[in-house]
Design a binder for this molecule. Structure first.
Ligand SMILES: [Zn+2]
Length: 183
């Protein structure tokens, strides 16, 4: 596994940690261009009470609001930018990334419920699109950490508030079943 990719994913994981500390579903990301982070972000859906405020879209907003990062109008402003995100982008984000022409995506764990890079729908490359170019998405980078931090969030959430009986006995599972790299 490429150490450069792992290094960027560690930066994304720091953002996931920040999200956890803020009571958000812990997903973090960094966007890298020319060997530098041009944006990093994390989930803010609870804070903003807006289900679209995923880490990826927060970062895209920040990139597009900085004119120095996109000096002239271009169809695909992220064509030389790579995304590292701790969880597979959801269908919404996967589509946005394609419309922005993202170069490539690396992610930690799969998103079994909403994954847009193969787990539920292959928005990134399997679905044909008449205009927007496909992009490659590769999972498995810091996958176990990505899963564990999600579990930490859901366990904490359940101990902080009255919960349905079915969730009362939920425990923090630290055993992770092996899964090959997905792409
Ligand atoms: Zn998303």
């Amino acid at each position: 596994m490429d150490t450069v990719h792992l290094q960027w994913m560690r930066e994304a994981m720091l953002m996931a940690e920040e999200a956890l500390g803020a009571g958000e579903v812990p997903v973090g990301c960094v966007f890298v261009r020319d060997g530098m982070i041009i944006a990093k972000a994390r989930n803010r859906t609870n804070e903003l009470r807006n289900a679209t405020r995923h880490a990826e879209l927060e970062a895209i907003d920040s990139i597009m609001s900085d004119k120095s990062l996109t000096p002239s109008v271009t169809e695909y402003p992220l064509s030389t930018t790579t995304l590292y995100v701790t969880v597979e982008p959801c269908m919404m984000c996967a589509s946005a990334l394609r419309q922005m022409g993202i170069k490539e995506v690396f992610y930690g764990c799969a998103n079994d419920r909403f994954g847009g890079c193969g787990s539920v729908l292959g928005v990134n490359e399997r679905l044909d699109h008449p205009v927007h170019p496909a992009y490659r998405a590769t999972g498995g980078y810091l996958r176990e950490e990505a899963i564990l931090i999600l579990r930490r969030f859901y366990v904490t959430e359940n101990t902080n508030a009255p919960v349905p009986k079915s969730k009362v006995n939920r425990i923090l599972k630290t055993e992770i079943s092996p899964e090959p790299l997905v792409s």
